[in-house]
Design a protein around this ligand. Structure first.
Ligand SMILES: Cc1ncc(COP(=O)(O)O)c(C=O)c1O
Length: 331
């Protein structure tokens, strides 16, 4: 990747496919009357590629369709067309390594006003950019010793499901942006938001897990995004015989956890070594902020799953190409 474009406000080159036409983000534009821009009236998905194959694309499109249904918005093209536009975008982007893809479906152009019926042409956009090491906190890279990120418990509460349900992956992101500001002000990497009932919900762009006495706990799926990485970890942990459960978690439990980690499609599984400036688990004694053994096991299971999905993609019989040699080493 050539890196920054001179004078660009972006930290990397970004390309965008707008309704089938791919161009650099710097020269692309959307209509000022698009309700995605005016009202945050849009839904989206963020996907990573693994060796240039979109990881768990079908699940992301399923969730996109669920989000669309919840906001009464029609997909502007068929599922097959969307899948082939995703592939077309991956193929067109001049980036060597893996990509972050962001599929956005916006309400489209309409007059000022809240009547959904006035916007008759929803639009899709597929953004593509390099998955750089900045995308994953350096401390969290499994091959760099496995440190961890710092999180703060935010004063901002997660949107109530009775207001704007966080299970809709909506482009209306101010709730998370305000919590993230708190994290940055505290020089932390992420903010943990609680539900309106005061239990831990999730982070601004990730789900959260903690480990206590050999068990993995994560918040119930109420008032959170049903993360795809989260779902995969349930499958992998259960298959490996690791106990994993959902429950109501008060924020204090984070301070007493043996380990904690956060998950997302872009970041994967990232250890948390500090909460509100206090070390988690083993870091309480050493102050070194190192990941715990369960987090390490989960990271390895997740990495193996990416590898297996990649091989399954080529073994499905639909793809003439054979997989490239593996360069991914967890440790
Ligand atoms: C609010 C929120 N929670 C959780 C996640 C993690 O979800 P996934 O694992 O599907 O990427 C995200 C990802 O963008 C998110 O924005």
């Amino acid at each position: 990747m050539t890196g920054k474009t001179f004078g660009s406000v972006f930290d990397r080159q970004i390309f965008v496919n707008i309704q089938g036409e791919i161009q650099p983000a710097e020269s692309a534009s959307v209509n000022v009357m698009d309700h995605g821009f005016l009202y945050g009236d849009s839904v989206y998905e963020t996907i990573r590629t693994y060796r240039k194959v979109p990881f768990l694309l079908a699940r992301h499109i399923d969730r996109l369709q669920r989000s669309l249904g919840r906001i009464y918005l029609e997909m502007p093209c068929s599922r097959t067309d969307l899948e082939s536009q995703v592939q077309k975008t991956i193929d067109a982007v001049p980036v060597e390594g893996d990509l972050i893809l962001r599929i956005v479906v916006s309400r489209g152009v309409g007059p000022i006003g809240l009547d959904l019926g006035t916007c008759t042409q929803p639009r899709y956009l597929i953004y593509a950019m390099e998955l750089t090491s900045d995308s994953i906190p350096e401390e969290a890279m499994p091959d760099r010793g496995g440190g961890g990120v710092h999180v703060v418990v935010s004063k901002v509460r997660r949107n109530s499901p009775r207001a704007l349900d966080p299970s809709i992956k909506s482009g209306n992101f101010l709730n998370n942006i305000l919590a993230y500001k708190e994290a940055r002000d505290a020089r932390a990497h992420e903010a943990v938001l609680c539900t309106s009932d005061g239990y831990i919900a999730e982070c601004t762009t990730s789900n959260i897990f903690l480990v206590k006495d050999g068990l993995i706990w994560t918040p119930r799926p109420w008032g959170i995004l049903d993360g795809i990485t989260r779902a995969v970890l349930f499958e992998e942990a259960e298959a490996a015989g690791i106990p994993i459960s959902e429950t109501d978690i008060p924020p204090e439990a984070l301070f007493n956890a043996d380990e904690a980690f956060i998950t997302s499609s872009v970041k994967g599984v990232v250890p948390v070594c500090m909460v509100n400036g206090r070390g988690v688990g083993v870091a309480r004694e050493t102050d070194k902020g190192r990941r715990g053994p369960m987090t390490h096991t989960i990271q390895k299971l997740y990495q193996a799953r990416m590898e297996n999905e990649y091989l399954a993609h080529f073994n499905s019989g639909e793809h003439a190409d054979s997989p490239r040699a593996s360069s991914a080493d967890v440790d």
